[in-house]
Design a protein around this ligand. Structure first.
Ligand code: T3D
Length: 263
């Protein structure tokens, strides 16, 4: 498939994915969803790729759904948003959260609607100091979707999450950092350099362990402590047999930098 709305670059073990509809702040059309889904599938199945960096082109990160595609007329009737969620938005969020490698999000500008939800679904979020997060949904009569209503109260306190969702106020990146919603915000000019350095570093770490961290944190909220301890045991058993674990221990004892292969 020819890519027009997504830019995909590989740099050794790192995949860099850029949303590329800057004129509409990288809001999503069906065509853009299809391109991104294909790239995510490629990245997921390529064992040479061990980390993913997601960002946006231009002054915005992503403004969610392209509303030009949702304009209604008396003849057309309302759009089937349930179908759009099932066919596009939910699979996109799952392609991030089920990716067995870290997904780092560099929020270069405003992240609104499902754009904010995409960022929240990623494993580590770095944002430009001038960026912001806007739960615009209620302003057009919707709820935070694409996992937003699940992730937002977990990333913040319930009172803050609910107020942001109801008011639709812009949350500046610095405030998002202070509230613990994102990892860090950095000066605009340094965003890509810092995000790429972090993502490259992660692409050279023990990939199976990073995937396991992602998985076990995600499942923790639905388990009792005894159930969770059992999963920890099983995961430790599996990782203890990995080449990267042996390398990590050897490198520590030999006082050298480890060389992890992701195996
Ligand atoms: O439908 C389904 O599939 C269900 C799922 C829905 C998930 C959702 O994401 S629902 C939420 C949809 N998104 C929005 O409601 C966001 C709408 N945009 C805004 O509220 C504002 O643009 C922002 C707060 C994001 C940024 O404001 P600002 O002042 O920095 O920029 P702007 O001037 O409003 O936007 C710049 C351009 O991008 C402008 O075009 P123009 O006038 O220069 O030709 C604007 O129309 C365009 N744009 C921004 N967001 C969208 C958009 N065009 C289409 N769709 C957008 N979502």
């Amino acid at each position: 498939m020819e890519l027009n709305d997504i830019i995909y670059e590989r740099d050794e073990h790192l995949a860099v994915i850029m949303l590329n509809r800057p004129d509409t702040l990288n809001s999503f059309t069906a065509a853009m969803h299809e391109e991104l889904a294909q790239v995510m599938q490629e990245v997921q199945s390529d064992n040479q790729i061990r980390a993913v960096l997601l960002t946006g082109m231009g002054r915005g990160f992503c403004a969610g759904q392209d509303l030009n595609d949702r304009a209604t007329s008396p003849d057309s009737g309302p759009p089937d948003l349930g179908a759009a969620i099932e066919n596009y938005w939910n699979p996109l969020i799952r392609s991030i959260t089920e990716m067995p490698k870290p997904v780092i999000c560099a929020v270069n500008g405003v992240a609104a609607g499902a754009g904010a939800s995409i960022a929240l679904a990623c494993d580590i979020v770095l944002a430009a100091r001038s960026a912001s997060f806007v739960q615009v949904f209620s302003k057009i009569g919707l709820i935070p979707d694409s996992g937003g209503s699940w992730n937002l109260p977990r990333a913040l306190s319930l009172p803050r999450a609910k107020a942001l969702a109801m008011l639709g106020d812009k949350l500046p990146a610095e405030q998002a950092e202070q509230w613990g919603m994102i990892w860090r915000c950095v000066d605009d000019d340094n965003l890509m350099e810092e995000a790429k350095a972090m993502a490259t570093e992660l692409s050279q770490r023990p990939t199976q362990a990073l995937a396991a961290i992602k998985q076990i944190f995600a499942s923790s909220s639905t388990m009792s402590l005894p159930e969770h301890l059992e999963i920890e045991k099983q995961t430790m058993h599996r990782l203890g047999q990995s080449t990267d674990y042996a390398e990590g221990v050897s490198a520590f004892i030999e006082k050298r930098k480890p060389i992890f292969t992701g195996e």
